[in-house]
Design a protein around this ligand. Structure first.
Ligand SMILES: Cc1cc2nc3c(=O)[nH]c(=O)nc-3n(C[C@H](O)[C@H](O)[C@H](O)COP(=O)(O)O)c2cc1C
Length: 221
């Protein structure tokens, strides 16, 4: 699937089928986690068939069903950890989507994970994943003029870039970012304040990289 279709087809799913993930997919996921940990100096930890973490029924928003697989997104404490987790976490999440699984970022509405976390480290979020009961729904988006300075005469590339940013999942769907397109073809992404907006910022930066790759490949053809 091309990057744009992958981003367009991804929606948060919280209700999953009571179905184990096949062994070959589990191995691919373990390999991907290992390679991202090496690349990013992170300590992501994957758990399969572990039903306890998402068992709690106390949450009215963000309650899960059959969420028996998750990745704990852990890294060394630092000022840029949240953003880094967002960037590498979204890489992993879209990898899971590409394997035909459904996913959801979870910052708050989960119980205690099984992750081993050193004193120098922090668990920022989890990603829940499995085969979904449904495919989720497209999220509402703020208007283009709230999220950017795009205008009706802008070129196709800028429109693609803005679409990739708008498709990114953000905590509480808050979309706390602004993208300024400049006359020389460059652009500048800024973050606004909000809960988990640093993680969101990393996620959006990953989507920006995908937008550039998508645009490059489209124009090679
Ligand atoms: C950093 C982050 C934290 C999130 N935390 C939760 C959570 O605790 N519980 C939950 O049900 N959804 C959580 N979400 C999922 C968002 O609610 C969801 O991504 C957003 O509403 C947009 O919908 P979409 O993912 O379907 O596009 C989180 C998303 C992000 C990016």
């Amino acid at each position: 699937m091309n990057y744009l279709d992958l981003a367009r087809n991804r929606h948060s799913v919280r209700k999953f089928k009571d179905l184990e993930i096949e062994e070959d997919k589990k191995n691919k996921i373990k390999e991907k986690v290992k390679s991202l940990n090496e690349k990013g100096g992170l300590n992501f930890q994957v758990f399969f068939d572990e039903p306890k973490c998402f068992k709690s029924k106390i949450f009215t928003y963000g309650s899960f069903k059959n969420a028996n697989n998750y990745i704990s997104l852990v890294g060394e404490k630092s000022s840029d950890l949240d953003e880094k987790i967002g960037y590498f976490g979204q890489d992993l999440l879209l990898f899971l989507e590409d394997l035909g699984l459904n996913t959801c970022w979870v910052g708050l509405t989960h119980g205690k994970s099984m992750a081993k976390i050193k004193k120098s480290e922090k668990e920022i979020c989890l990603i829940a994943f499995a085969y979904g009961n449904e495919n989720g729904n497209i999220h509402k988006s703020k208007d283009d003029h709230i999220l950017s300075n795009i205008n009706e005469f802008d070129n196709e590339k800028n429109r693609i870039i803005l679409e990739f940013c708008k498709l990114a999942p953000t905590a509480l769907n808050q979309q706390k970012f602004y993208i300024e397109f400049k006359e020389d073809g460059s652009y500048n992404l800024t973050r606004k304040m909000g809960p988990y907006s640093k993680v969101d910022f990393g996620i959006i930066k990953y989507h920006l990289d995908l937008a550039e790759k998508y645009w490059g490949e489209k124009n090679e053809r």
